[in-house]
Design a protein around this ligand. Sequence first.
Ligand code: FAD
Ligand code: SF4
Length: 478
Amino acid sequence: MAKQPMLKFVTIPRDMPQKRDASDRTGDFDEIYAEYAAQKAEEQSARCSQCGVPYCQSHCPLHNNIPDWLRLTATHRLEEAYEVSQSTNTFPEICGRICPQDRLCEGNCVIEQSGHGTVTIGAVEKYITDTAWEKGWVKPVTPAIERDQSVGIIGAGPGGLAAADMLRRAGVQVTVYDRYDRAGGLLTYGIPGFKLEKDVVMRRIDQLEQSGVEFVMNCNVGEDLTFDAIRGKHDAVLIATGVYKSRDLGGPGSGAQGIVKAIDYLTASNRASNFGDTVEEFESGELNASGKRVVVIGGGDTAMDCVRTAIRQGALSVKCLYRRDRLNMPGSQREVANAEEEGVEFVWLSAPIAFSGDSVSGVTVQKMRLGQPDATGRQAPEVIEGSDYVEDSDLVIKALGFEPEDLPKLWDTDGLEVTRWGTVRAEFGTGKTSLDGVYAVGDIVRGASLVVWAIRDGRDSAQAILEYLDGPKAMAAE
Ligand SMILES: Cc1cc2nc3c(=O)[nH]c(=O)nc-3n(C[C@H](O)[C@H](O)[C@H](O)COP(=O)(O)OP(=O)(O)OC[C@H]3O[C@@H](n4cnc5c(N)ncnc54)[C@H](O)[C@@H]3O)c2cc1C
Ligand code: SF4
């Protein structure tokens, strides 16, 4: 009888790739996890129980065929594992690195429910595609036919790029417009290198270029080029602009120098430390934590990225203020643990109410307690009267979340319907907006979300655009 290659979770314990020591990793912006060696990846894949109903797959936004590529990896059929993996995910090695797996695939792994520790799905997904790149299996797209129809995509983040890839596979002429100088959106300038090294993103952009995708960079739509001009030039348009309006803080002194937005801080760091760009505000110290007492306000993943960046820049101290407690924070517990190992201090149940100094020197903090659950089921923070104190600080980073910019106003397009939150109103599953031939995907539709959801939207919308080009658009041209 053939030996059973899978279900090894009873004998093989869960083992993540090696994590660099905190003292080593805080000296640079490189990723903190090493790659699996081949044998380790095979062993860890073999732990999968090959469930009849794979909950990991249904909780992955891309419905990746996880049990299949785990089995192929465990049985030394890595090239086939790569083929299966890339058939549902445009950027598997990126998701493997930065998806919050504890809330998605791994959080629903059945063997974890039985106390054996989840299969390390993300780390295997990363291993498969990193190896595919190494072996030359990841090839530029060469469409079987070239079509004369074109699509303009506004925004070169994961949503726009996933759609660009799918459309090029079908032979559509694709132009991507972006206001930044480099493509990748938040993959490039938001997420720090210690979570996602930049060459992993750039090799994808290079390959899209080799596949025939045209990039028009430094092009702020609404300023350098009108939305109507793009609509006039292409057969369909995809809006994938993300959300960039930072939520702000009020209170006395909140306009002081040294109180900065998380997105500005992270962009400057990514440019200076990962790409070697000269960034004036980084050089001047305005957006640089070196030698400073840093307070980051917020409890989401952006706040985690800021605190860990500040540590790497050589801050004197780094504190994170959050108005709820550890259990109720939105950021991933894995990232909190990483931040703590690196020397970040979390000050739970704390909210800033005022700032001192023309150039900030302190944050007045009010202590909170958690009260009754609100309508969403989350316990609402309540003020503890008389508990105020001052945290000394000379750099305060606001990481309170993002909202959409007012696109209809910025682009002068009354017909583009938005929701009451300002996100673009788009049909679920297609991204179709209120304007004929105009689609929208990613954060600009969902509000601040995840890379994997932007990829899913981009792929779905590309499919809907193809149907539009073959149907209504083709008929109108006849
Ligand atoms: C600091 C930070 C850390 C994060 N960490 C994670 C993580 O670990 N895991 C995860 O899954 N998600 C994470 N996210 C969320 C994730 O990055 C986003 O959900 C995802 O990038 C959204 O993709 P998108 O394509 O919709 O938009 P974006 O990635 O934001 O890309 C939008 C692009 O549109 C361009 N653009 C905007 N307006 C215009 C215009 N008018 N003209 C031309 N171009 C324009 C922008 O320059 C940008 O390049 C993080 C977000 C932040 C801010
Ligand atoms: S894409 Fe994300 S959620 Fe899906 S299998 Fe990969 S890591 Fe898990």
